[in-house]
Write a protein that binds this ligand. Structure first.
Ligand SMILES: C[S@@+](CC[C@H](N)C(=O)[O-])C[C@H]1O[C@@H](n2cnc3c(N)ncnc32)[C@H](O)[C@@H]1O
Length: 352
């Protein structure tokens, strides 16, 4: 995602922000820092209504409704697999203002009244004051969907130095300069020796904070479900553990991309390639089974986007649909499927 306007804060604003972030400790983890920078109710990137109004996001649900329509078709196949239960829940993680929900529900209302009448739709988004870990919900059948949710979660950062992996903390000095400090930390226990030995010297890697708790929470919502996760990132260690002194992060401010998390706090979107290796690991640990993944381009083709494209006359809309398929952009995102509880479902979206 990116944004089309730059906003910079004054020195005084910056000082106030730093005072708030470092109120309880002069040394904090990256995930604590990023949590403030993105989600603080006062200055956080996602909480600032003025900034959101200026925003020019380019996520798939905002690009064209056909993205949501193809997901709706996929969900109908899941509902059929569960034999059309009377109540069927769609839990969307980080659905923001509800664009994807709107496209899914209006497609179902028009094309499948029966599923429409059975729907319970939950859009859990921090920006609407619903933090995933605080939500308690349980139902029997449904699906869990997300688009660009996991890449927006606060993450910790680690660096390999002298063959050992250290966590990178952020420290504020008396002149309000921020510096990085490498230290031992308990979080490193999640990485086994084999994994650490494959990380090139000086390279950095990132890992979502609380990923185990997040996966546990997700697994508590539905007794039987399919999880559909769309995001960018890698599970292949060859791609994750490349020589990468700057890590897999990106900050967006205006049309500019940089890798400096510590500047212009609150005015930048901070995001990171999803580490699907660990996401799969923690999901499987809570009982999910990975069914597979493909690129968004392929998923949309499998769900029939070509027919939809041919039915559209407006050239601007056609262009928007093409950009959902662009393998160098949104079309290159990964679409993952996991199944919880029952077995034997094969999603149409993953067909060869
Ligand atoms: C990159 S945006 C994606 C928005 C939307 N899914 C889309 O594709 O346009 C990530 C969203 O995740 C939400 N989010 C981040 N952490 C969250 C949490 N712990 N619980 C719920 N929502 C969260 C943010 O508020 C934000 O709206």
């Amino acid at each position: 995602m990116s944004i089309n306007k730059n906003i910079f804060q004054s020195k005084k604003e910056n000082k106030n922000i730093l005072n708030k972030i470092f109120e309880n400790s002069l040394e904090i983890s990256h995930s604590t820092f990023i949590n403030f920078a993105l989600y603080d109710r006062g200055f956080g990137f996602y909480s600032n209504k003025k900034r959101m109004l200026l925003a020019d996001f380019i996520t798939s649900p905002l690009t064209h409704k056909s993205f949501g329509i193809m997901i709706a078709k996929q969900i109908i196949q899941i509902w059929d697999y569960y034999k059309n239960p009377k109540y069927f829940s769609i839990i969307e993680l980080g659905g923001s203002s509800g664009k994807l929900k709107e496209a899914i529900i209006s497609y179902m209302k028009k094309h499948n009244k029966k599923i429409y009448r059975s729907l319970v739709y939950l859009n859990i988004d921090e920006a609407n004051n619903d933090s995933l870990l605080d939500v308690n919900f349980n139902s029997k059948y449904g699906c869990i969907i997300s688009n660009e949710f996991f890449d927006a979660l606060p993450f910790d950062r680690f660096q390999k130095k002298n063959k050992a992996l250290k966590e990178i903390f952020i420290k504020k000095d008396s002149e309000n300069n921020l510096v990085e400090v490498l230290k031992d930390s308990e979080k490193i226990n999640i990485f086994d020796n084999n994994f650490i030995s494959k990380i090139p010297e000086n390279s950095r890697i990132e890992l979502t904070n609380n990923l185990k708790e997040i996966c546990n929470k997700i697994s508590s919502f539905l007794d039987h479900c399919i999880m559909l996760t769309i995001d960018y990132g890698f599970e292949d260690l060859e791609k994750l553990l490349i020589n990468n002194p700057n890590g897999h992060i990106r900050c967006f401010s205006g049309h500019n991309m940089d890798k400096d998390i510590l500047s212009n706090i609150g005015n930048k979107d901070i995001t990171c390639d999803v580490n699907f290796y660990f996401l799969n690991y923690f999901l499987e640990d809570t009982g999910f089974k990975k069914l597979g993944f493909c690129l968004q381009e392929k998923f949309l083709q499998n769900m029939g986007i070509a027919n939809y494209f041919n039915s559209i006359k407006d050239p601007i809309e056609k262009q928007q649909i093409v950009s959902l398929m662009n393998p160098n952009g949104l079309g290159g995102f990964k679409v993952y499927f996991h199944q919880f509880s029952s077995e034997g479902f094969w999603p149409q979206g993953l067909n060869q």
